[in-house]
Write a protein that binds this ligand. Structure first.
Ligand code: TPP
Length: 330
């Protein structure tokens, strides 16, 4: 049975609360960045994505790349709500010695790739989707969440071209169009039709949604699963700092904990909760996929250069790659 809409809304509010609490406790971080994606993450983690909480790296699991890695506290909140991380860890986010760093790292068993340097996550998600579709013939889907400010990075558009060229229909790109970047409005702000035209020009199947409407998100992800021969872009119109009174959609709040406003914001968010106890949700099981052999990734023979040899770096690099491939065909 799918998770009901009210529960998905409730979890979104809990994600906001946890993100505010952790960043205020750390006195650093990006609570407004987390807030704009609360519904997107709630629907992905508690309705759409197939995965196992007990085995986050199950090869059949859907992948999620949080390319806007500075929203890490919201990602951690999801893994707290699904039961993998104890809630007591939330106060350690961004603290020295905690693996719950300001940006996700693969030291965490539910993170495949470190993100935070904007513009990189989509290229990596492409690689995952490419492998799933063409090498492993596996059924998992790859989701990649990018920011609108992040779209100023040229590498995003290179990756969009790649996904389209290779017809990665197992890739779902989600654009969190919260209008604001680091210091001001992004180039095209909330012009969703302009985004749509751009993605369509790259031959993506494109769906514009209200990114705070869980029903629209559920439908969009379901629709994406039916699209063949092209990747899907879900363009979510959102608000940075959503549900933070006095802060939502305002400039000058990027990368700042809420400080003196923490108490009033938490009071407001808590007043939105309908259920204080355990929520009932269903996480779909992953389908079977072959485990990838990533053992024996080493040079088939050691480098044989002599001191003083002059070798072009690209040749040395190429030789090393060939030797790696001789030990492991991945
Ligand atoms: C390559 C790179 N350049 C700059 C930064 C610094 N930076 C961190 S967040 C951010 C703004 C991101 O805006 P957006 O993608 O819209 O995310 P939002 O926080 O609004 O959700 C910038 C420029 C970075 N992390 N990586």
């Amino acid at each position: 049975m799918p998770t009901d809409v009210q529960t998905l809304k409730e979890i979104a509010t809990r994600i906001r609360i946890l993100s505010v609490e952790s960043t205020s406790a750390a006195n650093s971080g990006h609570p407004t960045t987390c807030s704009s994606i609360a519904e997107i993450l709630s629907v992905l983690f508690f309705n759409t994505m197939r995965y196992k909480v007990s085995e986050p790296r199950d090869p059949g699991s859907d992948r999620l790349v949080l390319s806007k890695g500075h929203a890490a506290p919201a990602l951690y909140a999801c893994w707290m709500e699904n039961g993998l991380i104890p809630h007591s860890e939330n106060k350690n986010v961004r603290k020295l010695g905690s693996n719950l760093e300001g940006h996700p790292t693969p030291r965490l068993n539910f993170v495949d790739v470190g993100t935070g340097s904007l513009g990189q996550g989509l290229a990596i998600a492409n690689g995952m989707a490419y492998v799933g579709k063409y090498l492993d013939n596996a059924d998992f889907r790859t989701f990649c969440l990018i920011g609108d400010g992040e779209c100023a990075e040229g590498s995003i558009w290179e990756s969009i071209a790649f996904a389209s060229f290779y017809k990665l229909d197992n890739l779902v790109l989600i654009l969190d169009a919260n209008r604001l970047g680091q210091s001001e409005q992004t180039m095209i702000g909330h012009e969703m039709e302009t985004y749509k035209k751009r993605f369509e020009a790259f031959d993506f199947y494109t769906i514009v949604v209200d990114g705070h409407n869980v029903e629209e998100l559920v439908q969009a992800f379901e629709c994406a699963a039916t699209i063949k021969g092209k990747p899907t872009a879900i363009l979510a119109k959102t608000f940075k700092g959503k549900d933070f009174p006095g802060i939502e959609d305002k400039e000058n709040h990027h990368g700042k904990p809420l400080g003196a406003a923490t108490e009033t914001v938490l009071k407001h968010l808590n007043s939105m909760l309908k259920c204080k106890g355990q929520l009932k949700f269903t996480i779909p099981e992953p389908k079977c996929a072959p485990p990838a052999n990533i053992k024996n990734v080493k040079l088939s023979s050691p480098p044989s250069y002599k001191i003083g040899d002059k070798v072009a770096t690209r040749n040395a690099y190429g030789t090393a790659l060939v030797k790696l491939a001789q030990s492991n065909d991945r």
